[in-house]
Ligand binder design. Structure first.
Ligand SMILES: *Cc1c(COP(=O)(O)O)cnc(C)c1O
Length: 433
């Protein structure tokens, strides 16, 4: 399968090229040339299949032409070393819990898959070290760092905004050492993302070292996220709740929801999607006005969604030929202030005893507000509440237990490099690596 750029000014790329390039040379995002529909027989039986079997069928549709069956099966199974269960919250609202992986957020799925795919391509390619650059507003850094930790021939640079990620998030990528370097950037997330984008565009730097991105712009990160949409549908079908299914996705860079939209294009019978934003509601505004106007991000308690210029908007736009009517018929929006997020957490905890993290809370509340009478909703609980322990404890007046795999990260020693938000400084640093 070949991959084209959303800007349509770059040559078609193979899967290996798309994964290693990250961003296309014309600054567009790679899209698979075809989105294969899975057969009706698959959907008929899907509720009888297990998660990994479902995931393999989805992976095969995208990657089957480029990776042989046994290897792909191994990559899928090794990626999904944990479950993504659907848990009932209220009569018509269910939580797709995506926090059972090693760093307790959904990004483990894409990051683990990408690390394994890159290792596969390295085995078959030349010996040069691949340098993965990743900008993070919190959870991407930990998922990518842990997904790639100790993978030979790959070095990871995590760029994160100083003072804007939680302590727990920070220690998940600053304490690892080995092939992981953390850069603490004096700026906001968008500055980190801009540094990474500039690095890919800099010819001198690209001659010096082989660079790739592990942000959700990378096809190997974002496509595998489709796996759990299929699984959610299957589990809902198994309990007879899959008709008129609405899936609600707490969104920042929009990689996660885009994977869901791809699933729908593959025939997954989801009725519609809701994109839940925090106060960074550029997409919500687009739905209302038809105008896409990025603006600087502002800090909220759902910090992994603090994105002012969502990269994957380009993919959504491309997928639907830029048609605002089509886009707003498939996706509706919602936006919540920090106060409203806290109210949602409190109400859900009081009414149903379910503890939401601030991101999932946006998803939950958007279903509460937007679900029609005949619909059933699943929201993506994108991170474990313990990752945002301070906010959750103070909002709910409880003392959360910290899962052991999270507590273990806290024991390590922080190692990070101070960095400004200016590209010249970042480039200098990399040129001397
Ligand atoms: C990254 C992240 C999001 C946003 O996902 P996108 O794919 O960037 O839209 C939401 N919640 C959590 C917990 C995250 O880590």
């Amino acid at each position: 399968m070949k991959y084209y750029s959303t800007n349509k000014k770059a040559p078609l790329a193979t899967l290996a090229e798309a994964v290693v390039n990250g961003l296309a040379p014309d600054k567009g995002l790679y899209m698979p040339e075809r989105i294969k529909r899975l057969p009706n027989s698959f959907y008929k039986e899907i509720d009888k299949l297990c998660f990994t079997d479902i995931a393999y069928s989805v992976a095969d549709a995208f990657f089957g032409e480029d990776i042989d069956k046994e290897e792909l099966e191994y990559i899928v199974r090794d990626t999904l070393s944990f479950d993504c269960p659907v848990v009932k919250v209220s009569d018509r609202i269910y939580s797709l819990e995506l926090f059972h992986g090693p760093t307790l957020a959904f990004k483990d799925v894409g990051a683990r898959f990408m690390a394994r795919l890159l290792r596969h391509f390295k085995k078959t390619g030349k010996g040069e070290t691949v340098n993965v650059l990743v900008a993070t507003s919190g959870d991407t850094g930990s998922a990518v760092a842990n997904g790639f930790l100790g993978v030979e021939g790959i070095h990871v640079y995590v760029l994160y905004p100083k003072g804007k990620v939680s302590k727990i998030q920070e220690c998940q990528f600053t304490t690892l050492g080995n092939n992981i370097t953390a850069l603490e950037v004096d700026g906001v997330f968008d500055d980190c993302q801009a540094l990474v984008k500039s690095a890919f565009m800099d010819q001198e730097l690209n001659r010096h070292m082989l660079l790739t991105s592990a942000n959700s712009i990378n096809v190997a990160r974002f496509l595998p996220q489709a796996f759990y949409y299929f699984n959610a549908y299957a589990r809902m079908k198994a309990i007879g709740m899959a008709d008129n299914l609405v899936i609600c996705v707490p969104s920042g860079n929009f990689g996660n929801i885009t994977a869901g939209l791809f699933a729908k294009e593959m025939g997954l019978p989801v009725k519609r999607f809701i994109a839940a934003n925090n106060a960074n509601d550029v997409f919500f505004q687009y739905l209302q006005t038809g105008k896409y106007e990025p603006r600087p991000s502002i800090q909220t308690i759902a910090n992994a969604m603090d994105v002012g210029a969502p990269s994957n908007f380009a993919r959504i736009y491309d997928l639907y030929g830029g048609n605002h009517d089509t886009i707003s018929s498939i996706i509706s929006g919602a936006t919540y202030s920090d106060e409203q997020i806290k109210e949602a957490m409190i109400a859900c905890h009081n009414q149903y005893g379910y503890i939401l993290d601030p991101h999932g809370a946006c998803g939950y509340q958007a279903l509460k507000d937007g679900l029609k009478d005949n619909e059933t909703g699943v929201f993506l609980e994108t991170a474990h509440p313990a990752k945002f322990k301070e906010t959750v404890n103070s909002t709910l007046g409880i003392e959360l237990n910290i899962p052991k795999r999270l507590a273990d990260f806290m024991k390590g020693e922080k190692q990070s490099v101070d960095m400004t938000k200016y590209f010249d400084d970042f480039k200098n640093f990399l040129m001397n690596e």
